[in-house]
Design a protein around this ligand. Structure first.
Ligand SMILES: [Zn+2]
Length: 270
């Protein structure tokens, strides 16, 4: 960060924002637990960084930071008061802006949208230890599991069930016209749509934004999403007014979210 500030000609920097995976305590500035960063639990990340930088700092969960980034910086979200964001990566993160505020809950652990249940009967195992979560179908391991099942059942595909198969390969094959790849993403979209239906009922959002690597396949996820939302969201009005779109910053949402985290905590700077 210091190097970047120097590179930018040492401008006036108000503070530093941090978007960190895991359960974050933004009030104490600590990392409670972080499944992929085992060395961090309890770490005073905000204050350590602040002391090191000589600048004030603010911390949020990375997906909460991402929805703030989309909300505060995307021209398409200007004036929006209710929106949800799902980050589609290894896991599925979520953030909700509700009535013009970031929804944090009692422990800053609200909006764990990847763990909304999309399947109650014989659901796939999720990284959280429960079954049937959206993440178990829409996280990268879930997409690959669906892919392997479908490739085995439909050998007429350009996709190969190889160790290094990625969601990007599937998305590229879909764009190239591969029907099995399109079916994999449609199925993935259906599970995502089940989760989105719950968001529509709960938050009445103006939009649901998709970020993360797999959001590049939004055109092929969309038929499944729309079918599921049509099937499961109960009210036409709240369903039809909810736009589903890709993040305005598909590659940079994490850094933009970090900046937005600082600005959200200091509204006088916005
Ligand atoms: Zn889960």
């Amino acid at each position: 960060v210091k190097a970047l500030i120097q590179e930018a000609g040492s401008p006036n920097v108000a503070g530093v924002g941090i978007g960190c995976p895991g359960l974050i305590d933004p009030w104490k500035g600590t990392v409670r637990t972080s499944p992929n960063l085992l060395s961090l639990p309890g770490f005073r990340l905000r204050d350590q960084l602040s002391e090191n930088m000589g600048l004030p700092a603010e911390i949020q969960n990375d997906a909460n930071a991402a929805v703030l980034g989309e909300w505060l910086f995307s021209p398409a979200s200007k004036g929006v008061k209710n929106m949800c964001l799902l980050t589609l990566g290894t896991g599925v993160g979520g953030g909700v802006v509700c009535d013009g505020h970031l929804l944090v809950g009692s422990d800053n652990a609200a909006a764990e949208l990847g763990h909304l249940k999309a399947e109650y009967s014989h659901g796939a195992l999720c990284g959280c230890g429960r079954r049937g979560c959206v993440e178990a179908y829409v996280g990268s391991a879930g997409i690959l599991r669906t892919a392997r099942e479908m490739i085995a059942a439909n050998p007429k595909t350009s996709l190969k069930d190889e160790k290094d198969l990625t969601t990007k390969d599937i998305s590229q094959a879909a764009a190239g016209g591969d029907q099995v790849a399109r079916d994999i993403l449609r199925k993935t979209g259906e599970y995502l749509g089940r989760g989105i239906s719950l968001l529509i009922e709960t938050f009445n959002p103006e939009k649901v934004v998709l970020g993360g690597g797999a959001s590049a396949a939004i055109d092929y996820l969309r038929p499944g999403i729309e079918a599921a939302v049509k099937e499961f969201a109960s009210f036409d009005f709240t369903r039809d007014r909810c736009k589903i779109e890709r993040s305005a910053f598909p590659d940079d949402i994490n850094v933009i979210g970090a900046a937005a985290t600082y600005l959200n905590a200091h509204p006088e700077l916005r």
